[in-house]
Design a protein around this ligand. Structure first.
Ligand SMILES: [Fe+2]
Length: 974
């Protein structure tokens, strides 16, 4: 039935000023609806706020609601307390507590599920106070208003008193607990475990985690701890720390375990408090410390607790990173030798695809110096890890294979790790792909914070790429038209790489000779050059033929004699002409270069003599062209420099960075896991330098260097012809394990201060690298000589010999290791020093400057758009850009080097902050002494380095700081 148009509309309970509404809106409001009966009283009250009667009615209702809430709250507290007491008094609960060592107490009964109860109580009291305050405010003239206020204030006071009492009571009961505990277990043990929780798996696990965190629960792994009781045979089970995944917590509430986030220094706080501390990181920094007591009979009267086995259920979807355990004897009659406690450094991740590990007491020892019992325990543990870290050969033709290949002559790159089995726990959430679980043992995974940082950098990089693509109005495969165009590409993203670059320098800096010279001595190509002892045949037409330094009489345009410069040891050559051999055709050209530089007495930086480019043209003919800064136009000279940096950059990414630092480090990590016990001093020594190497390499192979990876789109050499990988394979075959031995390499290149005109201060990479090398060498020597008291010890160490044997046969199967065993401590020291240097200082030098020097594509291009033109074709710097990197390639390059140049949040630097150590596995003994001495020396190197860094700014180049020990991460895992 329709409403007659003439009938007057009823008055609206919500007066609407008609002038402020459009006619259509007015029509929409009219005709108004009658208030529903249930809302009528409230509507009436609101329609006339001055109606005293209605105000009183509303206040009465609110007061009634507050009273009902108070009753409900009391009822809830009583019922909850009764249920809690009943739950905690039931027999099986006591049995469970007894199984984990007793410690039932008053506080356990009181604080069971107290978080939820406290939250509800506080919320209820606050709501009652607010309701009563509202009663008073609705009608201040009401005679009952003061009573409402007093009543509300009373509830608010109750809230404060409740909080205070809870605070006091909690501490009081905890004190009682301690006293009771001391009385119950006067001769027991106090066990402490520090661990970290990593939500690194699937969605359901993450959801459970968040739920638990929101409820204030502690995430406790189901960890069964076994100990060596001193008897031969299988160790007996000692205690269960707790369980979480089964849905029932035997954890904080029952045990009243202290939760101390170690690194934040917060005590007694919950996960929620940690969130407050790190609002931007929702799952980071949850490092917990569990402390509880166990009766003496659980451990017996062992004086010699040597190892503990840690185990999580095989359906564990979460990752628990156990940092260390400590067992402290409370009895004067049971003491470990040399103190009152046993320390078990673990630093081991469990879950997803690894569920068991054995950690040993912190004192290191060689296997043949251990007792038979401990030797057997070491062997058992290695039997397990050698099944988890398996060799994976990277062949030239087929790439990776899942077969166990053993020694093969067609190995293309250093062998890698293969875990060999997939997890059954579902789809990984934070892994790049399910492959990660197949190839990488969970113990190699990043920590929670670093994982998040990594993904944040990845997302930032992706957004930056997207923005650059959007901003680019031209076709992406085209080249840039001007320097300004490159820098104006990024406007909004946090990356802003080229913008940062230009804000520190100038847009034209990439054209400056000083920028290129700085790249050669303190940049991304820090040791590409060698001293020219004579003129190479290829350069004879330009520099004059010579036999040694005597016959080169040709003069450079500056008037200097080449022969004289050779005698002064002032000429240097960077030869990357071989890059042209990897002619990709399908992608674009490959151009090689020979760069001749000179150190003039009047200048601190190198000057350029000339650049000889070489390439294969479209007809297949070999072509070369010599360029000189004094003979050619500025545009042609810039063109030559751009191609030279193209060759250097490709060599840098493929060989210097990916192959020599990352891939060559991996076999040492795999062999160490397979052959060296965690109790072995060499394992402890290498540990900080090999951590997460396997994972970062896996990610690099997945995303960057393998066919189809990022380098296919940013480097001309990659793509379908795989010149990038071929260059890596060829270079890999040429050099042995001591290739990066710093003093030897510098001496062979003639670059030591006494060998050439580059005196101290002229060659920052060398000047910063040598002191670090010396200290690493001292650390290794001190450690090795302390544990290997004779050469015989080296031969008798079967774990060490197995490590070398696997490196020879499986890790580097191309014969890089000439001997199948070590004969002397000197050999061992030399190899270990090189391994540690490559993973730390060497990698830092070639990795962390990538962003500042390569983000601006033309400054270090990986892509060449066209073959070099004839001289005179280019006349401006913008003309040169047409031959260099494309928009697409340089955007990809900038985004990639952004990620690669990030410092990991959990890195262990060679010089750690005060109070921290970069070597975590040592707890005492000569190994720890060596680390302390190393840290002291590194502090001195840091001071010297900071002083010397002041003199490393030349023109547009940045201060050289990547080799300051406080900025050098121990391993290649950025
Ligand atoms: Fe790297």
């Amino acid at each position: 039935m329709s409403t007659p148009a003439s009938s007057p509309p009823p008055a609206s309970p919500f007066p609407v000023p008609s002038a402020s509404l459009s006619p259509s809106l007015t029509r929409a409001v009219s005709p108004p609806l009658s208030p529903r009966p249930a809302l009528a009283p409230l509507a009436g009250v609101l329609a006339s706020s001055s109606d005293a009667t209605a105000s009183v009615q509303l206040a009465d209702q609110l007061e009634l609601g507050a009273a009902a809430l108070a009753v409900a709250l009391v009822f809830f507290l009583v019922v909850h307390a009764l249920v809690g007491l009943w739950q905690r008094c039931r027999p099986e609960r006591y049995r469970a507590l007894e199984a984990i060592g007793g410690q039932s107490s008053v506080s356990m009964a009181y604080f069971g599920a107290s978080k939820r109860r406290t939250t509800i109580t506080l919320f209820g009291l606050a709501l009652i106070s607010a309701a009563l305050a509202a009663c008073a405010m609705i009608n201040p003239s009401n005679s009952r208003a003061p009573y409402y206020l007093i009543e509300g204030a009373s509830y608010a006071s109750l809230l404060v008193v409740f909080l205070f009492l809870r605070f006091v009571l909690a501490r009081l009961l905890r004190l009682i607990d301690k006293l009771v505990s001391c009385c119950l277990f006067p001769d027991g043990y106090e066990v402490t475990m520090v661990y970290e929780y990593l939500p690194n798996t699937d969605i359901s696990a993450l959801a459970q985690t968040l739920k638990a965190c929101c409820c204030g629960q502690k995430i406790i792994p189901t960890v069964q701890v076994f100990g060596d009781t001193g008897a031969m045979g299988a160790p007996r089970r000692l205690w269960v720390v707790g369980t979480w995944w089964g849905g029932r917590v035997i954890g904080r509430n029952e045990l009243d375990l202290q939760q101390v986030p170690e690194r934040t220094g917060l005590k007694g706080s919950s996960v929620i408090a940690l969130y407050d501390e790190h609002p931007e990181l929702r799952v980071a920094s949850n490092i917990y410390e569990l402390t509880f007591r166990i009766p003496a009979d659980r451990l017996g009267s062992s004086q010699d607790l040597k190892w503990i086995d840690l185990q999580v259920p095989e359906n564990s979807k979460s990752v628990f990173y156990v940092h260390w355990l400590k067992v402290r004897s409370l009895s004067a009659s049971v003491r470990p030798s040399g103190g009152s406690e046993w320390i078990f450094p673990a630093y081991y991740k469990l879950g997803v695809n690894q569920f068991w590990t054995r950690v040993f007491e912190g004192m290191a020892s060689l296997p043949h110096k251990d007792s038979e019992r401990v030797r057997l325990a070491r062997r058992e543990a290695l039997d397990v890890t050698s099944k988890e870290w398996r060799w994976q050969l990277y062949t030239r033709e087929t790439g990776f294979t899942n077969e166990a290949w053993g020694a093969q002559q067609d190995a293309a790159l250093p062998s890698a790790c293969w875990f060999g089995r997939t997890s059954t726990n579902g789809v990984p959430l934070l892994g790049f792909s399910g492959k990660q679980q197949e190839f990488v043992p969970v113990n190699e995974y990043f920590g929670a914070q670093k994982t998040l940082d990594f993904y944040k950098a990845g997302v930032t990089s992706a957004i930056a790429s997207f923005e650059a693509h959007l901003a680019s109005k031209e076709a992406l495969h085209e080249t840039w038209r001007s320097s300004e165009e490159v820098t104006n590409t990024w406007l909004f993203t946090p990356l802003k790489a080229p913008l940062l670059w230009t804000s520190r320098r100038s847009v034209e800096a990439w054209q400056d000779d000083r920028e290129f010279a700085a790249q050669l001595v303190q940049g991304v190509y820090p040791d590409s050059m060698v001293l020219m002892r004579s003129v190479p045949i290829a350069l004879a037409p330009h520099l004059g033929a010579s036999v040694g330094a005597l016959c080169a009489t040709q003069r450079l345009p500056s008037g200097l004699s080449v022969g004289e410069l050779l005698r002064q040891k002032s000429l240097f050559l960077s030869d990357v002409s071989f890059v042209a051999e990897y002619q990709p055709l399908a992608q674009g050209p490959a151009v090689g270069a020979m760069i001749v530089t000179v150190k003039l007495p009047a200048s601190k930086l190198l000057s350029f003599v000339g650049i000889k480019l070489n390439w294969t043209d479209e007809t297949g003919a070999s072509r070369t062209q010599w360029y000189s800064p004094e003979e050619d136009t500025p545009a042609d000279w810039l063109l030559a420099k751009t191609y030279a940096r193209f060759a250097l950059s490709n060599q840098h990414e493929a060989v210097v960075h990916a192959l020599d630092c990352h891939l060559r480090s991996e076999p040492y990590a795999v062999a160490a896991r397979r052959c060296l016990s965690v109790r072995h001093p060499i394992y402890k020594l290498l540990y900080p330098h090999l951590r997460s190497t396997i994972l970062i390499n896996f990610l690099a192979r997945q995303a960057l260097i393998s066919p189809g990876g990022v380098f296919d789109t940013v480097s001309t050499l990659a793509g379908s012809k795989q010149g990038f990988l071929k260059m890596m394979a060829d270079q890999y075959a040429q050099y042995g394990p001591l290739h990066q031995h710093v003093p030897r390499k510098l001496r062979a290149a003639g670059l030591m201060p006494e060998q050439c005109a580059l005196k101290e201060g002229d060659y920052p990479y060398r000047d910063f690298a040598l002191p670090i090398w010396d200290q690493i060498n001292a650390l290794v020597s001190q450690t090795v000589l302390a544990f290997y008291t004779s050469e015989r010890d080296v031969l008798d160490d079967n774990e060490l010999q197995a490590w070398l044997s696997e490196l020879q046969t499986d890790g580097f199967p191309l014969g890089h290791f000439r001997s199948s065993n070590f004969q002397s401590r000197a050999e061992l020291i030399e190899l270990l020093t090189t391994v540690i240097w490559v993973a730390s200082g060497r990698h830092a030098a070639v990795n962390f400057l990538q962003y500042s020097q390569m983000a601006f594509g033309p400054n270090a291009p990986l892509w060449a758009h066209k073959l070099p033109p004839a001289k005179g074709v280019v006349s401006t710097s913008d003309d040169v850009l047409a031959y260099s990197t494309t928009r697409s390639a340089s955007v990809g390059q900038a985004a990639t080097v952004w990620i690669l140049s990030q410092y990991g949040s959990d890195k262990l630097n060679l010089l750690p902050p005060p109070g921290e150590r970069y070597q975590e596995l040592w707890t005492s003994g000569p190994g720890l002494d060596a680390v302390k001495a190393f840290t002291d020396k590194m502090a001195l190197v840091q001071v010297d380095g900071e002083r010397n860094a002041e003199g490393t700014t030349h023109g547009s180049s940045l201060k050289y700081e990547v080799l300051l020990p406080a900025q050098v991460p121990g391993s290649v895992a950025i």
